[in-house]
Design a protein around this ligand. Sequence first.
Ligand code: RP5
Length: 169
Amino acid sequence: MTRRKVAIIIGSDSDWPVMEACYKILRQFDVPVEVQVLSAHRTPDKLSSFVRGAEERGVAVFIAGAGMAAALPGAVAACTPLPVIGVPLASGALQGVDSLLSIVQMPPGVPVATVAVGEGGACNAALLAVQIMGIGDPALAEEFKNYKRKQADSVDDKNQSLRARLAHG
Ligand code: RP5
């Protein structure tokens, strides 16, 4: 079974240092990724033609990361029936409050799944995309279950190690 792709779109190359975390997690799950710098405000025509052609190229989910008056995820959602995850980024004077409100406050009928501001949100965007794609891809769903198990094991280890230190302190 050919695995479908995730398209990561960022509003500027200045967003990449944070959004690279998203890319790395998707690649750890062996999800094919397309990355594009395209802006809702600066390159609206190129953005629209990239998004409209994506389903045919095998894209299943979009992740759009942007800062400031972040119209990008909403503009992507306006042009596609595929799910869109929006990552608010902390750039400019308002440090992400502006982009969070821009991305989360979509009007009814055009959903964007908004995650946390910054790198935590970039990581969760990748994981949410894996969960969405896992619905039609049992191998990917199994990899996500393994990820959750390892995460829980690592918390158990930390719990035991802290409790042991306190017991001997
Ligand atoms: C947004 O404006 C971008 O997503 C970026 O977060 C912010 C600043 O862009 P640059 O001026 O660094 O290109 O559209």
